[in-house]
Design a protein around this ligand. Structure first.
Ligand code: FAD
Length: 469
């Protein structure tokens, strides 16, 4: 019988253990994507980006004689129906590590078994599966550096090339139409602008990795902190949907390291931060929803998502240059430089004393590289409530950070139109992307900060100390 290959966050042909194994069997393979509750619950930008990714991946599959079958519903029901229609006995997939995903997959494996079919899962979304990395006492890692030391010398299997062909079933089952899923429906005007920035699909990802490994990795250490310089790989949006495998990135980094590229090891360390996020999510899923350090539950977080200062933060008009530039970059491009993410997260959770969950949710709505594990880890790291986090009393000063990492003001000029005689293209694109209901215009006056940087810092530190932290 045929194999149903249930695809989720693994929209690629190369470096795909499940797909490679299915191709090797010579059996017919039916690639399937299910629009389930998790897909429907995605943030606006991530959902739009997934739609683009699915379209691109279907074309890739057609290149090897296959196609992507689209169905909506609860996975167990969809699979039952499709198996009945096609006579397929087995369902294969790439493992995921979030609690809801694990629950669905485990239950599915059981029910398939009860019907005499086989549910088979494969690695591929991470290089070091969470349960394979243990401390000496058998626990999980609560600090990054020892995690890095534990994995850095491991053999990562070389990614397999894309199969040349997949055996098609005798007749292809019906597929729903992607257009009818309306994956961009929640995007308002932003999708038009995002399209300009997104690098969709496996081919784009491989090209991007090649360019990065050739031209940028050498100076990665110096450039990666400069928000105005395209000095990082930009692969997070592709990794999020599995349009490229982490192992492919890892091997490119290792090769560059062997060729003496100075920044290569730092790049590998960043890839391992992603691994670490999955390690934490798997072993301690509370990181996704609650203060990971339980004592932080007592912190007097502000929790009103509609508070004026929160709205100003979301809309990039706090009056603090670095924060506003970064928030506008987020809304316009669907990504934000890592330095910006750290600054805006620190500003929201410390200067504005607002719960990190509010920031995390806004990122989830705006990012095209949204990754649940990395987003939660990043927010709790920034807020001080997470494992291996930056201490709460270390409050980034956005102005000092700007002087250090954007001394010529290139980044702020790129993103902030107000006060510029001839604003840059990106700064104007922000106004094309935002909903009209925000009522913002490039000629608006720069807003005054709700609280000065010094006062915000003091207030946060007082709250911190008064709770006996
Ligand atoms: P590069 O510098 O080229 O790094 C290569 C890859 O390593 C990245 O693509 C990414 O997969 C991984 N990586 C790098 N830094 C980190 C990190 N700090 N944590 C985890 N993985 C990392 N990353 C996401 O992919 N999705 C998110 O939703 C996300 N939310 C974040 C929220 C906050 C508050 C913070 C502080 C960070 C967040 N990050 C997130 C991590 C990081 O900012 C991005 O991965 C990075 O900016 C992506 O750019 P790049 O692909 O050019 O990275």
């Amino acid at each position: 019988g045929a194999i149903i290959l249930w695809l989720r966050q693994d929209l690629r042909l190369s470096g795909h253990p499940a797909l490679a194994a299915a191709a090797r069997t010579g059996r017919p393979v039916i690639p399937l994507f299910i629009r389930d509750g998790q897909v429907d619950g995605l943030g606006a930008a991530a959902k739009w980006r997934l739609g683009q990714g699915l379209e691109s991946f279907d074309r890739r599959l057609q290149g090897i004689g296959a196609r992507l079958i689209l169905r909506s519903g609860a996975p167990e029901e969809v699979l039952k129906t499709l198996r009945a229609e096609t006579g397929a006995c087995d369902v294969w997939w790439t493992r995921r590590y979030d609690p809801e995903g694990i629950a669905i997959d485990t239950a599915l494996k059981e029910s398939l078994k009860a019907e005499g079919a086989i549910g088979k899962s494969f690695p591929g979304h991470v290089m070091f599966e969470p349960w394979t990395v243990e401390t000496k006492t058998g626990g999980y890692y609560k600090v990054y550096t020892p995690f890095w030391n534990a994995v850095k010398l491991r053999d990562v299997p070389a990614p397999e090339p894309a199969p040349k062909a997949l055996t098609p079933p005798e007749t292809w089952p019906e597929s729903e139409r992607l257009q009818e899923w309306q994956m961009g429906a929640a995007m308002d005007r932003g999708a038009r602008v995002l399209r300009h920035y997104a690098k969709v699909g496996e081919e784009a990802a491989l090209t991007r990795l090649g360019d990065f490994a050739q031209d940028w990795i050498g100076d990665y250490v110096k450039n990666r902190d400069l928000p105005a310089v395209p000095g990082t790989s930009g692969l997070s949006e592709n990794l999020a949907l599995g349009e490229i495998s982490p192992a492919t990135c890892w091997h490119a980094g290792r090769r560059a390291m062997e060729e003496g590229a100075a920044g290569a090891e730092t790049f590998l360390k960043e890839l391992v931060w992603r691994e670490y996020a999955y390690h934490l999510m798997y072993h301690s899923p509370r990181i996704l929803t609650a203060n990971w350090r339980e004592e932080w539950e007592a912190f007097p977080w502000r929790t009103d998502p509609g508070a004026p200062e929160v709205l100003a933060w979301k809309q990039g008009r706090t009056g603090v240059d670095f924060v506003d530039a970064a928030m506008r970059e987020l809304y316009t491009t669907g990504t934000m430089h890592n330095r910006g993410r750290m600054i805006v997260a620190s500003y929201l959770t410390k200067h504005l004393m607002t719960h990190w969950r509010i920031g995390m949710d806004w990122f989830a709505d705006c990012l095209i590289d949204w990754d649940r594990a990395s987003n939660a880890m990043g927010w709790q790291w920034s807020a001080g409530s997470g494992p291996d986090a930056t201490p709460y009393f270390r409050v980034f000063n956005p102005d000092t950070q700007l002087a250090k990492f954007d001394p010529k003001g290139l980044y702020t000029r790129r993103w902030i139109a107000e006060g510029q005689g001839e604003p840059e293209e990106e700064a104007l694109q922000f106004y094309e992307a935002i909903p009209r209901s925000w009522g913002l215009r490039p000629g608006d006056a720069r807003p005054e900060p709700a609280i000065t940087l010094a006062q915000g810092r003091e207030r946060a530190l007082e709250a911190y100390q008064s709770r006996g932290f």
